[in-house]
Each structure stands twice: as structure tokens, then as C-alpha cells.
Design a protein around this ligand. Structure first.
Ligand code: CMP
Length: 137
């Protein structure tokens, strides 16, 4: 069993797509090990995306991620990290395969509906940023 960390981003929550995305999560065989609806402060978004702090899009990204509620999730299944990345599709919705979440629900590389950890180390950091061990079922 592997866990990954996922976010339903402010664009998708505001558009009323949380339910449809959660349905896709469960249909794909993930167990939801933890879930919370929260609104990030700008500082919390900056801490979460600290690896991108030198990137030109960092300020826009963290402003967007703190612009409205998000759903944060711990997802569990064998191969969860890769499986969730495959379900999301490419970062840029325009390049994502048909049938992927970002293609279906995203509108730009920034407003791309979902986030997922890209490796075991980032999954460990990202899960612990939002969830205590006791919250993971
Ligand atoms: P995410 O998976 O949340 O990880 C970092 C985010 O930065 C990424 O999704 C995109 O939303 C965003 N991002 C990556 N590259 C760019 C870019 N060139 N311009 C704007 N945003 C970007």
C-alpha cells in the first residue's frame, strides 16, 4: 500500500467539481485515507510550494492557491503516486490526455484543477504538511 497527497484546487472547488473528482478518485480504486476542506493562507501556500520559490510563477501560483477553498486528500492504493499522476494527466490541461482530470476540469497550467505528489519524498512532506499520523485511516 502506498499513500500520495492530492489537492482539488480552488478553480475546481469553485466550479462545483469536487464531487465529480471525488467520484473519479473512488472509481479508480483509491481509498480516501484523509480528507479536509480548507482555505490556505498565502504563507501556507508558499510553504507548501517552497520547492518552486525561485520560479517566475511562484507568486501567481501561491496567490491562486490561497484564493479560495481547496480539498486536501491522502489517497491510498498500491502505486498511489504514479496512479494519481496518471489520472490527473499532464500539468498543462492543453497537453493532458483525453479522459484525465486536468483535461476535463482544468483551464490553464495554473488553474489545472488538481495537484499530486511527484515522488515518495514529496508525498511524505506534503502528507505531513496537512495531516497528522492519527488522521490517516
Ligand atoms: P502542481 O502539480 O500543483 O505543482 C506546481 C504547480 O505550478 C503546477 O501544478 C502548476 O499549476 C504550476 N505551474 C507549473 N508550471 C507553471 C508555469 N510555467 N506557469 C504557471 N504555473 C505553473
Amino acid at each position: 500500500m502506498e499513500r500520495t497527497f492530492a489537492i482539488i484546487k480552488p478553480d475546481a472547488v469553485a466550479a462545483g467539481h469536487s464531487g465529480a473528482i471525488l467520484q473519479r478518485v473512488e472509481a479508480a480504486g483509491f481509498t480516501i485515507a484523509a480528507m479536509r476542506l480548507i482555505r490556505l493562507s498565502k504563507g501556507e501556500a508558499q510553504g507548501f510550494y517552497a520547492v518552486h520559490q525561485e520560479r517566475p510563477f511562484f507568486d501567481d501560483l501561491t496567490t491562486f492557491m490561497s484564493s479560495g477553498p481547496v480539498v486536501v486528500l491522502a489517497l491510498a492504493v498500491p502505486g498511489a503516486i504514479g496512479k494519481w499522476r496518471a489520472l490527473m494527466g499532464a500539468t498543462d490541461p492543453a497537453r493532458a490526455d483525453p479522459g484525465t482530470l486536468r483535461r476535463e476540469f482544468g483551464s490553464s497550467i495554473e488553474r489545472n484543477a488538481t495537484h499530486g505528489s511527484d515522488a515518495p519524498e514529496t508525498a511524505a512532506f506534503e502528507l505531513s504538511y496537512f495531516f497528522r499520523g492519527l488522521e490517516l485511516v
